[in-house]
Unconditional design. Sequence first.
Length: 142
Amino acid sequence: MKNIRTLISLFLLLAATQVFAQLESKPLLKVTVPFQFTVANHTFPAGEYLVSTVQPERTIRISGMATKVSVTQAVSPLYASRPSADSHLVFHRYGDSYFLEEVWSAGLDVARTLPQGKHELEMAKAGITPMIATIRGASSGR
C-alpha cells in the first residue's frame, strides 16, 4: 500500500513539473531598478530585470538578468481610460523601502497590479502614506 502511495505521489509531482515547464512566457519589458525592492514577500537587489507574463495572463515572472533571483506572482488587472504611452514599473516607497505595485506595458490600457506583502500591509496599517516611484523600461514585445 505504501508503494502505491509513493508511486502516485511521484506521478503527481512529475505531472505538475511538466505543466510548470510548459508554461508559455511572453516578455513585457526589461528594466534597470536602481534600488532594492520587494515583490509580495520577496526582496530583490538593485539590478536589471526582465518582466514577463506567464500563461494564464494573470501571472507575471520577474527575473534578474545578472542574478538567479526570480519570482512568479499572480496579478490583478487595473484598467485605464487610455493606453499607456510607455512601459514602466510603479513602486510604493515607504522611507527606504520600495514595493512593486504595478506593471504597465506600452500601448495597453490595462496594468498588472501586485498584491501587497506583509511588510507593506503593516506600514499601510500604521498610517504611513507611500510616495510613488516610477521606473521606465524598454518594451520587449507583448
